[in-house]
Ligand binder design. Sequence first.
Ligand code: PLP
Length: 388
Amino acid sequence: MSKINDIIKEYGTPTYVFDGDILRKRVLYLQEKLKYDLVYAVKANTFIPKIIEDLVARYEICSPGEFTICSDLRINQNQMVISGVYKDYNSIFMMMHDYPNILRYTIESFNQYELLKKLALELNRPIHLLLRVTNGNQFGITEKEVFEIIKHNDSDLIIIDGLEYFTGTQKHSLTKIEKEINYLNDLIKKIKTEANFTIKEVEYGPGLPVFYYQDEEFLEDEFLNNIKNLLDTLNVSKVTIEIGRSIAASCGSYLTKVVDLKTNKNGNFAILDGGINHLVYYGQTMGMKIPYYEIYPIKDTKERLDYHLCGSLCTINDFLVKNIETRPLQLDDVFVFQKVGAYSVTEGISLFLSRDLPKVVLIKNAKVYLVRDKIKTSEFNFPKNVKE
Ligand SMILES: Cc1ncc(COP(=O)(O)O)c(C=O)c1O
């Protein structure tokens, strides 16, 4: 019996399955192709960081919550990069005070620089900074601010290692990535000539794409070889690659069961016990594209029917897939949607309709663990403390 069959039997649906063995193979593949140290962006999936502890160089941690998860998982402090657009005094104080081996922080504003400097001086902690360069959105700092920080930095405790650059996810265009790398090289050169300062390191997020749908073609080996060649041109002594989606997507499946079937003038509808709130495919609009999936039990049936797959959210938008041609469905058939390891579990709309959060099952060394039981969201949506 397959592992998925066992999991369906043991844990039911809706359930996420994150396969650590697939994940490790994926990270090894990315490393073999890109040949630079990888930084895992924890926001993509908070259930898997420990599994790849020995394979990634660092973790990008963007909130106190992500920090708590990583520290409770006993991720090495010196693998942590404390990042994020909002760094509050209390959290950074706690991190610097209680976790002296956290060495790296990103800087997303001049205020953040001043906050971190103040705390490092107060606590007498050496810290290494990566200055996040903006591309015009709310993240990062301008070139002018990069120069100001370099000029202002008169403390031996504050070591500016280099730059962080991430402009967006799901980038298909090598030309765009090439432009970004050329931009970074120009900036590094300018910093050297105008401020006489050497940028030693670049932490670059290429926003590597995941191809989620069946009609898409992607020559990943070639794409990654090209990225590696572009990264080779970066004029610094250390390059790290910050990735979430491309590391995590392929390890995840979402199991959701057919709980009702009906037919009307618009076709056959299968209602599933999970909805679009837990299935975040980048670029999916109203279920128009066909993702990768299997239906359990696996049957060798030739007959095909068209269905619309809808979740159980009682909103017209809850289309997982429109017009999918499958074998005839029955109640209790289970759809196993694939490539959902990145962002579905962290980015999904969890509270709508007060449905329970799915269970999470982790596979590690071929063993299966229930790492989160279902969680009732009715408690989150309940108005407490109202008398009468
Ligand atoms: C700063 C930063 N780095 C890396 C990532 C990961 O991006 P991706 O999942 O496209 O690899 C993100 C995602 O939002 C990010 O904000």
